[in-house]
Design a protein around this ligand. Structure first.
Ligand code: IPM
Ligand code: MG
Length: 372
């Protein structure tokens, strides 16, 4: 298969983790005889530094032409501490999502057997967790009308949704539930918010089209608690933009590190793949950033194009790296750790030759643990 992939490394740890994801894609292309071409473009704080614009026109046109987009991370603490900054890195990502109409953000949350003890939650609570979050990505409070009064003492953000915006992602979430455990939980705040009541109404009306899916409702405050008390009760979660942002980040506690959570953002025409973590500027260029979320985003990319064997091989490589503790320090306290690029090298090696890698890296790893 021929795929033209736009690579947007972004800020902070974005370039390092994305480089590992590209490494993995190249290994897959080689192994399975695909032709993947890559075109790199600027976004976020690094784009502001070079062009004054967090999403230059050139980046938009590269993304529009591409079959898929691989996104790193954006953000910079220098903007976070300055609420008056008019131009901000995040605007690049938000504008890209809106411009390409990437309305469905899909975030898998899986408790890996080999990482159960990395979570700060109890093993018996999280074991077996397998949740797919469908987060609406181009509406709600993120994109509603914003105001700031002239005297700077009053501000507002509108949370607005239309029936169409709800329907299109709800259909995707129902379909995903059909191919899984057939349970869909709509998370909202329908006891308070008018927009949430519209979500309930629309989703309820669609439910008869999916008679084999059990539809449940949960208020966001309760869901935030239930997600960590009893995550196994969830199969597919459907929710609006901001609730999805918060819940998915909370869910990373179940998995053990935010450095493990991948995502796909889809429209009817475009597809973007990105880790859910941010730019983590203070970790940049130290070789300590976990590239697994970015590498698992590659697996989602491959799945998206029906390349299931390829995606499975990437996931096996990730599993193997976790099993052998070939991981960055966020996951590896007991045995010392390897760098961001070594994790990428390991998974690349695994793709080239699964059996060999196992042996080589077990030895390397044992060597390391004796030193430490
Ligand atoms: C995410 C991020 C973004 C969001 C930021 C960087 C704008 O937190 O993808 O979860 O809030 O959507
Ligand atoms: Mg977030």
């Amino acid at each position: 298969m021929k795929l033209n992939i736009a690579v947007l490394p972004g800020d902070g740890i974005g370039p390092e983790v994305t480089a590992q994801a590209v490494k993995v894609l190249k290994a897959i292309a080689m192994e399975f005889n695909h032709l993947f071409t890559f075109e790199t473009a600027l976004v976020g704080g690094s784009a502001i530094d070079k062009t004054g614009n967090p999403l230059p026109d050139e980046t938009i046109s590269i993304c529009k032409k591409a079959d898929a987009i691989l996104f790193g991370a954006i953000g910079d603490t220098k903007y976070d501490i300055d609420p008056t900054a008019k131009i901000r890195p995040e605007q690049g990502l938000l504008k890209l999502r809106k411009t390409l109409d990437l309305y469905a953000n899909i975030r898998p949350v899986i408790a890996y057997e080999d990482l159960l003890n990395k979570s700060s939650l109890k093993i018996k609570q999280i074991k077996g967790t397998d949740i797919l979050i469908y987060r609406e990505l181009t509406g709600g409070i993120y994109f509603g009308n914003k105001t700031l009064s002239d005297d700077g003492n009053y501000a507002s953000d509108i949370c607005a949704y239309s029936r169409d915006e709800i329907e299109r992602i709800a259909h995707l979430a129902f379909k995903a539930a059909q191919s899984r455990k057939r349970k869909l939980t709509l998370v909202d705040k329908a006891n308070v918010l008018e927009s949430s009541r519209l979500w309930r109404k629309v989703v309820q009306e669609l439910a008869p089209q999916y008679p084999n899916v059990a539809l449940h409702y949960m208020f966001i405050d309760n869901a935030a608690m239930e997600l960590i008390i009893n995550p196994r009760q969830f199969d597919v979660i459907l929710t609006e933009n901001m609730f999805g942002d918060i819940l998915s980040q909370e869910a990373s506690v179940i998995v053990g590190s935010i450095g493990l959570l991948a995502s796909a953002s889809l429209s009817d025409k475009h597809a973007m793949f990105e880790p859910i973590h941010g730019a983590y500027t203070k970790a940049a260029y130290k070789g300590i950033a976990n590239p697994i979320a970015s590498i698992l985003s590659v697996a989602m990319l491959l799945d998206h194009f029906g390349l299931e064997d390829e995606a499975a091989l990437v996931r096996q490589g990730v599993d193997k790296s976790l099993k052998l503790h070939i991981t960055t320090p966020d996951l590896n306290v007991k045995y010392g750790h390897v760098t961001t690029s070594k994790v990428g090298d390991f998974i690349e090696d695994f793709i080239n030759n699964p059996e060999e890698t196992n042996l080589n890296f077990t030895n390397i790893h044992l060597g390391q643990s004796t030193i430490i």
